[in-house]
Write a protein that binds this ligand. Structure first.
Ligand code: ADP
Ligand code: ADP
Length: 229
């Protein structure tokens, strides 16, 4: 579970808050899509959860632990993070890219490599074909899939996704969204997902959090939001 309590952020040299007293709880195993136009505070809200940005005030909890009590680097190892420009390491194989966090955490090699193969299977990429390839030998959509697998490799309970499929062409975006939902049905992560696309939000979300000018103005299921816009 992710819980924000009265969280605000005002950047230095700014007079208006980028995020303004946001209180929000994402229940365990749900996808919460943060939806709203560019500049409304979605990314800032998300980056405060893994402390890439420090809140000006308010508190953020993961489970029953206050994120302020973690060392930020430790914290980020327990939270998967997927962004639009995923940036796989070009000189590492797909296997080594996926195993990045397990390697940092000191998993045994046999265990992390078995995990990489298991993850590739989950997104219908044949491990025999893909484990030893390099990122440039994959399509953009395939690379983004690997980025998602990298984020969940060490099995973090929480996943942050910032327009993860935004750079993928519309046809492949549909495929990767469907694939991701199928995977989520198995892995049941607690997910915060930034999007500015209402269709994507309705499709992906258990709940949608609508932001305007840094404030959370509506938080409900897609059905209720479509019924009471
Ligand atoms: P969104 O993700 O909804 O597009 P952001 O959270 O990126 O919105 O930005 C919210 C507001 O905060 C915008 O006005 C943006 O310009 C500002 N902002 C974001 N990051 C910074 C930063 N590092 N320094 C100063 N202002 C920032
Ligand atoms: P997004 O695609 O989520 O809208 P942006 O393109 O707004 O992201 O921002 C990209 C990066 O630039 C982010 O790390 C954000 O924190 C930073 N940023 C955004 N606005 C500003 C700003 N006004 N001043 C400084 N940094 C900013």
């Amino acid at each position: 579970m992710i819980r924000l309590e009265h969280v605000s952020k005002t950047f230095p040299n700014s007079t208006t808050p980028a995020v303004d007293h946001v209180t929000l709880e994402v229940p365990e195993g749900e996808i919460c899509v943060l939806l709203g136009p560019s500049g409304c505070g979605k990314t800032t809200t998300m980056k405060m959860v893994n402390r890439l940005i420090e809140p000006s005030s308010g508190e953020i909890f993961i489970g029953d632990r206050n994120t302020a009590d973690y060392d930020p680097v430790q914290l980020r190892r327990t939270i998967g993070y997927v962004i639009q420009q995923i940036g796989l390491f070009p000189n590492k194989t797909i296997e080594d890219n996926i195993c990045l966090v397990p390697d940092v955490l000191g998993w045994e090699r046999s265990k992390s490599r078995a995990r990489a193969a298991e993850l590739l299977d989950m997104v219908a990429l044949d491990p025999g074909t893909f484990l030893k390839r390099y990122p440039k030998e994959l399509s953009g959509g395939q690379q983004q899939r690997i980025g998602v697998l990298r984020a969940i490799a060490a099995d973090p309970p929480v996943l942050l996704m910032d327009e993860p499929f935004g750079a993928i062409d519309p046809i492949n975006r549909e495929i990767i969204q469907d694939e991701f939902l199928k995977m989520q049905a198995r892995i049941k992560k607690t997910i915060m997902f930034v999007s500015h696309d209402i269709d994507e939000a309705v499709k992906m979300a258990d709940r949608i959090a609508i932001f305007r000018d840094g404030r959370l103005v509506q938080y409900d299921t897609p059905d209720n939001i479509l019924a009471h816009p």
